[in-house]
Design a protein around this ligand. Structure first.
Ligand code: C2E
Ligand code: SIN
Ligand code: SIN
Ligand code: FE
Length: 492
């Protein structure tokens, strides 16, 4: 095809304008329409063929006409051709347009109007998605960085009201013992009507959400049936519309996220999906808090069980060896007192307490014939009795909970000069807890009746301990011990 056969420029323009939905007007400097091209004239008030010779203001919707006239004035002054954007609401739907003004000869102007509604909506959607992603990130951070459920919930609720554009929201938690829904946290309420919420499963909208495990929506609360919603307190809130979303984690219903709005809501699929995502986040926050609480509870129970167990063992021993009854309690108290005097930490005190309670647990394995013998021991009997720290080690070493406390049952018969048992450790080779406890053990043994001898007077026992400083006992700790007991038992 040769160039001569190409359609004229005007025909080309016509074709182009039929291919797009743009509107094109050629107007004079006063805005009177000289010519037009239109792919889609739906947005004109008047039939297209009647616009010729009319002023643009009479042809276009009012808001559009204003934007165009404003643009024309600026064009006349400064030659500006930048696109202008404006929106019109028709039947509740917002339309967006872009207008370009192009100057022609003789002060005429081409006005091009393009419908950019779809483009605008897509852009808004992207912006909204970005904001929602940021909201989820904020919630994630709050959940992972805080062990405080209320703090996490208030972050979730702030995002719920901001991102879903609703007036108020709260979280009700299902008490796992009473099966009652109780208010945990709320935002956007004018009254405290909801803070006293106590709903059984199946009761009210929130109770229904739990029972049915599905979202409950009440588009118009004025038609609500439940007594509570009709209460004075609640009607003061002026809520119109309601959503109750069950909070479910690992198949367990933990509570309900409630959303309230004082106007009708007409949510789209994205909104509903995001609402459920936020409810999912709230459920994670609640689940985390519950898991943490259960862990702490389990730890506490375990500790309690252990403490009860070791006290039980030691009582059994005291009962068997009647003459040492009360010995365990006394040495424990005295060992803790000396440990405080030495400035040991709270953790040390806990270990020393457990170790002291268990110090002679190994005697469980010593036969009565030896343990309760009313006189001196034969060599073979001594050999048996000297095994009691080893028996304690065998019994307790598998229990990691007692690993620090074990030094006392294991080493309380070691001596500073290395002549003790079971390992013949010397000086600082002997663990501190055991050096401390050894003094207490001997002092209490000497001042108590034994099957093999009567109790010594306190002053005699004190003199013995002083004499054994640097032989049986660590001299520095002995000094502290002597100061401690002499303060309690001044020489008369
Ligand atoms: P235990 O009666 O609780 O005595 C603990 C530690 O206190 C003894 O460790 C010892 O260092 C000191 N002690 C107790 N009584 C005396 C005493 O009369 N004189 C002196 N100098 N120190 C005393 P040890 O000696 O290693 O004894 C360990 C355990 O062996 C004792 O625990 C007790 O159950 C048993 N035992 C010791 N000596 C005799 C005894 O002569 N007859 C009998 N039946 N058992 C004994
Ligand atoms: C034992 O006394 O049987 C164990 C040795 C140790 O760990 O000190
Ligand atoms: C004993 O001598 O019978 C016990 C002490 C040890 O084995 O070290
Ligand atoms: Fe002992």
């Amino acid at each position: 095809m040769s160039l001569e056969h190409l359609p004229s420029a005007l025909t080309q323009l016509n074709v182009i304008f039929q291919a797009f939905s743009d509107l094109l007007f050629i107007v004079d400097h006063q805005g009177v329409v000289l010519d037009y091209k239109a792919g889609d004239a739906a947005l004109l008030y008047s039939p297209l063929e009647t616009v010729l010779g009319k002023h643009l203001e009479d042809v276009l919707p009012k808001e559009m006409a204003q934007v165009v006239s404003g643009g024309m004035q600026r064009l006349v002054v400064g030659g500006e051709t930048l696109p202008l954007e404006y929106s019109i609401k028709l039947a509740d739907i917002e339309y967006w347009f872009e207008v370009r003004l192009v100057p022609l000869a003789q002060a005429n102007v081409i006005v091009i109007v393009r419908d950019i509604t779809r483009h605008k909506n897509a852009e808004e959607k992207v912006q909204r998605q970005l904001k929602r992603l940021a909201a989820l990130r904020t919630i994630d951070l709050a959940i992972s960085s805080s062990h405080d459920l209320n703090l996490a919930l208030s972050v979730v609720l702030t995002q719920v009201t901001a991102q879903l554009n609703v007036d108020a929201a709260d979280v009700l938690l299902l008490n796992s013992q009473t099966h009652i829904l109780e208010f945990a946290n709320g935002i956007g309420f004018h009254t405290d009507a909801l803070q006293r919420t106590h709903l059984s499963i199946g009761e009210g909208y929130a109770g229904m959400a739990v029972l049915k495990r599905e979202v409950i929506n009440v588009p118009n609360l004025k038609h609500g049936k439940t007594g509570f919603l009709n209460s004075q307190n609640f009607s003061n809130e002026g809520f119109y519309c309601y959503y109750g979303i069950p909070l479910i984690a690992k198949g367990r219903v933990l509570g309900v996220l409630e959303i309230f709005h004082r106007m009708p809501l007409a949510p789209d699929a994205d909104w509903l999906e995001f609402m459920e995502t936020l409810a999912g986040q709230a459920a994670i926050a609640v689940e985390n808090a519950i898991l943490l609480k259960e862990l702490q509870r389990a730890n506490f129970d375990l500790t309690l069980a252990y403490n009860t167990t070791i006290e039980g063992w030691s009582r059994a021993l005291d009962l068997r060896d009647r003459d040492t009854e009360g010995h365990t309690q006394r040495v424990t108290n005295l060992a803790l007192k000396l440990a405080r005097r030495l400035g040991l930490s709270e953790d040390d005190l806990i270990n020393i307490q457990r170790g002291a309670i268990l110090h002679d647990i190994g005697k469980m394995a010593i036969p009565d014939s030896i343990l309760l013998k009313p006189g001196p021991l034969a060599d073979n009997e001594w050999h048996v009795i000297r095994q009691h720290p080893r028996y304690a080690y065998e019994l307790l070493s598998p229990i990691s909970y007692l690993s620090q406390a074990l030094d006392i049952p294991h080493y309380h018969h070691e001596k500073w000069d290395g002549t003790g048992y079971p390992h013949g450790l010397k000086e600082n080779q002997i663990p501190l807890y055991a050096r401390l406890f050894g003094i207490i053990d001997v002092y209490d043994a000497l001042t108590s009746n034994r099957p093999y001898r009567p109790a010594w007077p306190k002053q005699k026992a004190i003199a013995y301990i002083r004499e054994q400083s640097g032989k049986h006992f660590d001299p520095a700790i002995t000094l502290q011990f002597l100061e401690m007991v002499e303060a309690d038992n001044p020489i008369k």
